[in-house]
Design a protein around this ligand. Structure first.
Ligand code: PHE
Length: 340
């Protein structure tokens, strides 16, 4: 060593010190390394700096410069190592090969997805969107829709009244009337929105839920258009093999009225298929002429059909969810299954 040129000796010391620093595992070991190389009394780099005066005058500047450079490098490495050793995650905080944390990704609520999908199908069939107020009057919610106030649906047991004749709409059908009042035929509209009923919160009822209303009015609209449109919707939503059934029913504002049921074809994991039971997906019918007249339409000239469905119920059927409340609990473990 004593034979080596001081500059070579400094370079060797630098490499040695840096290796020693990076192999330390705690602050005590690191302090020992610092003393070994830079300790004031006999640190190996300090000794060289102190011995500069003994060198030939023409070598002094170069050796002095190199010794100071090595001292700075080693000091820098010591500081960096202290930071790493004392940081909470230790040396791993510098591991650039670790995978990045995944950014949190939101998703649409399954019922919102159903609304969007249903609306998208009707949009493709030429429908536009309509809306109406959630707080409405007895006239729009019942009377104009041919529903007398002594009808059980108008009972305070079922409907949430805000004032004497003002209520929280119990279905989206009042949007039919409000749309017909504002626009002349032909009409082809879809109106999604919240509706309210005095229901106990249980597996199949919630006091507030979404409905999607549809209304078509034009000259020459027939029962065939009605059936064909809803069957086309059902097959686009539930799959091409879906069977559709129109069951006679009653609504005060449609005549004739029907409940629409679908039978889906489900493909099992092994590739074989299976048909579901009949699932009831909506109420519908040909618009009652009295309703058209209430809107100021000429019922001799115009005919139409209307339908109403619950996207919450439809999402339950689609995803085989058996408790409606899971859509309202906002538990991310449940909801994240539907994120796309
Ligand atoms: N408004 C009805 C309901 O809430 C559904 C419906 C809409 C039926 C349009 C016929 C026509 O049950």
């Amino acid at each position: 060593m004593s034979e080596a040129h001081p500059i070579e000796a400094l370079k060797a010391l630098e490499a040695e010190a840096l290796a020693a620093i990076s192999s330390t595992e705690d602050a005590h070991a690191l302090e020992d390394v610092r003393i070994r190389y830079l300790g004031r009394k006999d640190g190996r780099i300090s000794l060289i700096l102190r011995g500069l005066g003994a060198l030939p005058a023409d070598e002094r500047p170069a050796v002095g410069q190199e010794a100071n450079r090595v001292k700075d490098v080693v000091n820098g490495a010591l500081e960096e190592r202290v930071r790493v050793l004392l940081s909470p995650r230790g040396a791993t905080s510098e591991d650039l090969t670790l995978p990045a944390r995944r950014p949190w990704k939101g998703g649409l609520h399954p019922v919102t997805q159903a609304v969007d999908e249903i609306w998208g199908i009707f949009r493709d069939l030429g429908f536009t969107r309509a809306r109406g107020p959630e707080a409405d009057t007895e006239w729009y919610n019942f009377v104009a829709l041919n529903t007398p106030l002594d009808h059980p649906a108008a009972d305070e047991q079922d409907t949430l009244y805000l004032l004497d004749s003002v209520l929280l709409r119990s279905h989206t059908s009042p949007v039919q009337m409000r749309t017909m009042e504002r626009y002349d035929p032909p009409l082809r509209v879809i109106a999604p929105g919240w509706v309210y009923r005095r229901d106990t919160y249980d597996a199949t009822h919630t006091p507030a839920f979404l409905q999607i209303e549809g209304l078509v009015v034009d000259e020459g609209v027939t029962f065939v258009d009605f059936k064909a449109t809803l069957a086309e919707f059902a097959r686009r939503y539930w799959g091409p093999g879906t069977r559709v059934r129109f069951r006679p029913s009653f609504f005060p504002f449609t005549e004739p009225s029907a409940e629409v049921d679908v039978k889906r074809v489900i493909t099992r994991e092994d590739g074989t298929t299976e048909e579901t039971d009949w699932l009831e997906i909506m109420g519908a019918g040909m618009v009652d002429p009295a309703v058209l007249e209430n809107a100021g339409y000429d019922s001799e000239r115009y005919t139409g059909f209307a339908f109403g469905m619950g996207p919450g119920r439809i999402a339950m059927l689609k995803h085989h969810v058996d408790d409606l409340r899971t859509f309202f609990d906002d538990d991310v473990r449940f909801l994240s299954q539907f994120a796309s």
